[in-house]
Write a protein that binds this ligand. Structure first.
Ligand SMILES: *Cc1c(COP(=O)(O)O)cnc(C)c1O
Length: 379
């Protein structure tokens, strides 16, 4: 079925095609060329990270984080169950057990108040997911991690250009993972980045990313040949992808402002329904600024959500839900356990519905979608 309004359309930077052509003309299309360097510089400046490394996906940035945590088979890693599979898989691949903690119903983020009781002598890391680009309670999470000597990894796949108490997401924890998948605010098709708050893991990460070699140091002229140093894989993206991404990063403010306009329009247009108690709207804590990554509403429950999706589909609008809680999925049961009770993860995930939101979604389109949601409730 084709829709009158798509759920997502990837942005194209004004200069993206020109930059790809430049990369080709430079005769440098493998990784770590001029465009990768420019993306690194831009992202380091934007996030205050001491170092950024572009990766082939956020999944791979998470994989690298898990390797950098130095886990063994007895390790446990704490994270929310309401997230994408990659958040958990990265650590499962290193042999760790996943300990899922319930979310807060207001932000859909991990409930920071439940983390400490889930810690055991085997716990090695806390992974927080900034859902919809709205920050987790990082001060509390960092304090817990410091008390117990744990690593903090931010799954900031959705969090570029968002902040917590004015600090950009991604370089607040020890490591941060960004996504530039086609469904995210900025895209390189498939791609991501790993961010570092401090220097100490950077050299190991460069080796892991370059097939276990010290090629990055060789290119900088620090060593006169490169050799096999440690385990690793190929996590660096092609210059073609970096060139495409750079074309968007340089217009990041415009893309974000444009998305925010649609987000605000949805919020205002649906406030009456929310005040009348039909639906719930996203909550943004006052100390968090967000990037309009996602607009969602919450229905009363699963049946109402299915009916609303069908109603919107009949009007040519594609709306979607996501994240079947991981702890309830076959692999989640095998590789993890839920600590405490699932008070909100399942019920809140069944209520949530995402509406179309992308760069250059037109105001008339948003208006039309709002009208159709209102129709559904008010007839
Ligand atoms: C998109 C996403 C990922 C995966 O990103 P890829 O770049 O597609 O690997 C991981 N975690 C979260 C929370 C995401 O939204």
């Amino acid at each position: 079925m084709s829709y009158q309004i798509n759920f997502n359309e990837p942005p194209i930077g004004k200069n993206s095609l020109k930059y790809i052509e430049e990369a080709i003309n430079n005769k440098k299309i493998s990784g770590d060329g001029e465009f990768t360097r420019r993306c690194h510089e831009w992202l380091e400046q934007e996030t205050d990270a001491v170092k950024c490394l572009l990766t082939t996906s956020c999944t791979h940035a998470l994989d690298m984080s898990a390797i950098l945590c130095g886990l063994d088979e007895s390790a446990e890693v704490i994270m929310p169950s309401y997230t994408f599979t990659s958040t958990a898989n990265a650590f499962v691949l290193r042999g760790a057990k996943i300990v899922f903690v319930d979310i807060r119903p207001d932000t859909m983020n991990i409930n920071e108040k439940l983390i400490e009781e889930a810690i055991t002598p085997r716990t090695k890391a806390i992974v927080c997911v900034h859902y919809a680009g709205v920050s987790c309670e990082m001060d509390t999470i960092l304090a817990i991690a410091a008390r117990h000597g744990l690593m903090v990894i931010e799954d900031a796949a959705q969090g570029i250009m968002s902040s917590y108490h004015g600090k950009p997401l991604g370089a607040i924890g020890d490591l941060g993972c960004l996504s530039f998948h086609e469904t995210k605010n900025f895209s390189m098709g498939e791609g991501g980045a790993l961010l570092f708050r401090e220097d100490k893991l950077v050299q190991s990460a460069e080796i892991i990313r370059e097939k276990g070699t010290d090629r990055a140091r060789f290119f900088r002229g620090d060593v006169d040949k490169y050799t096999w140093q440690d385990h690793g894989s190929s996590y660096l993206p092609s210059e073609l992808n970096a060139a495409y991404l750079m074309g968007q990063l340089e217009m990041a403010a415009e893309i974000t402002a444009n998305r925010m306009k649609s987000w605000q329009q949805y919020y205002q247009g649906l406030t009456e329904l929310s005040e009348a108690g039909y639906i719930s709207l996203p909550y943004i804590p006052t100390h968090c600024s967000h990037n309009a990554h996602m607009f969602y509403l919450k229905t009363k429950g699963l049946a109402e959500r299915s009916a609303l999706i069908a109603h919107l589909r009949n009007a040519g609008i594609l709306s979607v839900f996501h994240y079947i809680p991981l702890h309830d999925a076959p692999a989640g049961k095998r590789f993890g356990r839920f600590h405490g009770i699932d008070r909100y993860t399942t019920v809140e995930s069944e209520r949530l519905l995402r509406l179309p939101l992308y760069y250059q979604l037109k105001a008339e389109q948003v208006e039309y979608i709002i009208e159709k949601v209102r129709d559904f409730y008010l007839g």
